[in-house]
Design a protein around this ligand. Structure first.
Ligand code: BEZ
Length: 218
């Protein structure tokens, strides 16, 4: 199982470190992110969840509510949060962690990593990232193995791109950062491009095709 881009993200009913929640209610009218990790009290996960906690003001600025998930029980999550805060030198921990002891959500969302098992031999969750728009549809997903920690500045960067391209007829090129030049969408006609992006330039290429149209960020 799993979830494809454009599908409505399942409205999980789950136990978390802030009580029982329905995911769509938690996310509210804004953007949402759910990210999973393999296990509590593990080193890379500790760095990742601490990094997200320290970046909460950046997520809030972008109207994104974060939630984490792993197979461990809520009590374990709550005890581990104290370690994360100590390790990352942070006082607050501004997002909940979901408990998924039976792997129900991990199976539903295709997040299990068969290479990583707990002491009982059950598979752990991989490092998944799901970003959901205000319409609750999946806009982006990433899947990393347990041995590779994620770059959450990259996650903020893709949120900037998703939020820009949701409303403007542009796409963002490789290594784009907010404020950088964008590409006019291939579906925009020459006439509309002239009206919508009066400062755009067309890159001259050997094929003679006018498909690389570069505009300042609208
Ligand atoms: C970690 O978070 O350090 C980790 C967790 C599971 C497997 C490998 C690394």
């Amino acid at each position: 199982m799993g979830i494809n881009l454009g599908e409505v993200f399942p409205n999980l009913e789950c136990d978390t470190t802030v009580g029982h929640i329905k995911l769509h209610d938690y996310w509210g009218d804004g953007w949402g992110i759910l990210f999973s990790h393999p296990a509590d009290f593990t080193p890379v996960c500790t760095t990742e969840l601490g990094t997200v906690a320290s970046l909460i003001p950046e997520f809030t600025k972008r109207n994104v509510k974060c939630i984490a998930l792993s197979c461990d029980p809520v009590e374990s999550h709550n005890n581990w949060i104290k370690d994360i805060q100590a390790y990352s030198n942070i006082k607050s921990f501004g997002y909940p962690i979901i408990s998924d002891p039976n792997r129900d959500y991990a199976i539903k969302l295709g997040m299990l990593d068969p290479a990583e098992k707990d002491k009982a031999g059950l598979p752990l969750t991989a490092r998944a990232v799901f970003i959901v728009g205000p319409d609750k549809k999946l806009k982006l997903s990433l899947l990393y193995p347990a041995t590779t920690g994620r770059n959450f500045n990259e996650v903020l960067r893709v949120i900037d791109s998703l939020q820009l391209t949701a409303y403007k007829k542009v796409a963002t090129p490789a290594d784009w950062k907010s404020g950088g030049d964008c590409m006019v969408l291939p579906t925009v006609s020459k006439e509309d491009a002239a009206k919508l992006f009066p400062k755009h330039v067309v890159k001259d290429v050997p094929s003679g095709k006018e498909y690389i149209r570069i505009t300042p960020q609208p």
